[in-house]
Design a protein around this ligand. Sequence first.
Ligand code: UD1
Ligand code: UDP
Length: 386
Amino acid sequence: MSTFASNAPVRAMLVLGTRPEAIKLAPLARALESDPQFEPVVVTTGQHREMLHQMLDLLRVEVGFTLDVMRNRQQLSDLTARLVKGLGTLLRAQRPDVVIVQGDTTTALTGALCAFYERIPVAHVEAGLRTGVPDNPFPEELNRCLIGRMARWHFAPTERAARHLAAEGIAAEQILTTGNTVVDNLQWVLAEGLGSCAFHTTRRRVLVTLHRRENQGERMRGMGRALCRLAERGDVEIVLPLHKSPAVRDALLPLARQEGIHLVEPLDYPDFTATLAGCDLVLTDSGGIQEEAPSLGKPALVLRTTTERPEAVEAGAARLVGTDPDAIVAATAALLDDPAAYARMAGAGNPFGDGRATERILTQLSEDFAADVPAVSTEPGPYSTA
Ligand code: UD1
Ligand code: UDP
């Protein structure tokens, strides 16, 4: 392992494959690039194709290696197999000093697993989020738990996430509460200048995104029917950037016929940020948007039965509405028709960080590599009889 003591830069490999990983690892990639103590290399697995590529240039992420694993309507086991093979081969050839993964995707899980097999330490960004329900979100809850068993560094975005990790037996010195890098990136994009807002209307502006696997099929069609009922009010315009997943499109493309609903292709990050900043409220099953909406003072109605981000709900910035169409219509109408309730949610604030998560992560990695901290603990574990 390189250490700063050995004067060689630390070779940090960032493994990312989907849209949210690109967004949340971009600030770290940029910071590592400008720090001479590190030699970063970004690997894109291609778990996503168009939705990933539309991010990387805009976020100024320079890519070192690209795999091309995406297949139409990919099954989790096939995707996992392709990723393990590709990443295993790459890690054996490159042997970085640390592998950095983010979140809970199949790319993150397999990046951590292959690094573990190669005995390369893993840093997990956005560690410790839990719903406590192993298959909700599916398969992300279990993915994130499994990465937690393999990581050497656990960068938790909130105190709550850090507590989850401590309760699972992770040593305190391996956990750092950092804030979420999504806030760092949002601030960076706002400072760079906004893109264009997709709303052009004097009606109330409702931004919607839906994509989760556990919602696909009849449940997502029901959510679509709820959106039609909202559009029929006549005072609302809904913009829905459609995820590229064919399963999502099967469920939601029929909404194109509804007056007041605009289906658009996935927006690039500056345009999405501008659209979020320009909406009145957001209805979403996305993880990242639950974090961004409170940062921009936009009430978020979370169309899921669980959330691993309860901080926004507790702060009053978000509401967990569930997936039942009547509940979605009622919760949205309640917010649109009650200015006081709306103002309370819009003013609740952002519990996900101060924009300095990247700095904290980099400082911790710097200090640990400088001190030559063992990559993987060789101490007797809690079940040792020694
Ligand atoms: C994945 C992540 C999910 C994350 C989401 C972000 C897993 C298991 N799931 O889910 O945690 O919230 O990304 O959006 O890792 N497709 C394209 N072009 C693209 C992207 C996707 O055509 O740019 C289509 C392909 O047919 C692909 C399908 O969408 O097979 C599903 O993509 P996949 O990455 O398997 O799942 P997501 O639902 O996107
Ligand atoms: N996003 C985007 N364009 C869009 C929709 C979303 O740039 O058209 C961004 C959004 O700002 C957030 C991220 O994509 O940062 C969320 O990705 P997604 O909902 O696909 O995944 P999740 O966060 O649920 O894992």
